[in-house]
Design a protein around this ligand. Sequence first.
Ligand SMILES: [Zn+2]
Length: 270
Amino acid sequence: MQIEDAVRPEKRKCALTQEEKIRRKKRKRKRKLIRIAAIGMTIALSFALIAGIIALVFFVSGRTGRQSRIQTVLSEEIQTLKDGRKGKWQDFYAAELAMPALDVELLTINEFSRPGIALPEVKNIFIHYTANAGTTALQNRSYFESLAETHERSASAHFIIGCDGGVVQCIPTGEIAYAVMKRNYDSVSIECCYEREDGQFTDRTYQSLIELTAWLLHKYELAPEDVLRHYDEGGKICPKYYVENEAAWEQFLADLSEYMEQRAGMFMDL
Ligand SMILES: [Zn+2]
């Protein structure tokens, strides 16, 4: 028994070792497999990640490229439009255009109608009516001048056209007038006298207005679309007839364009 006992454990040990060896082998194989699987998965994931990053980079750069291409095309189109609009009037700008006859009766410099502040730029020409039927250009000029004393309100315009077609200049074009709230620093204003209660200008006023406006568009290289009613900036019913009769305003712009085309053509032929 003793011997057996002494041998058995030896045998068992041997047997266990065999089993253990097999188990270890199995475990080893399992670990190896797991390692291989892990490495495989890591490699696959890395590839997927790299592919994802590359795809993202392509997508983003493609988008940015597209956006910048769109922006370039848009800005080119805007420029073309601008050039086209200006281009249409190049002959007119190039033409020698005489200054219309002006009665220069400048206001004295004062806080209420001629502040003497430099006008930095001109983007639009604004058309007004005096809102005082039957008054003359000089009477309206006197009203602007009187504001220096009365301090009643701030008001003025660069030019006033009378019902007889005569033009009175109150303020040099290099200075601001108090004519269009918020736009006094980038526009020139023309007041028009009228006789009819509905505010329609006389033929003489209308003709002088076309000539004076065209001369200003020529001076500042602007287009007929840059001529606005006081109404277009702030909604004041001014000039009344041309606010209440949209077609009459469209007609004025058409007549102005025609006059400009004629001037351009006339000098082209010379
Ligand atoms: Zn006005």
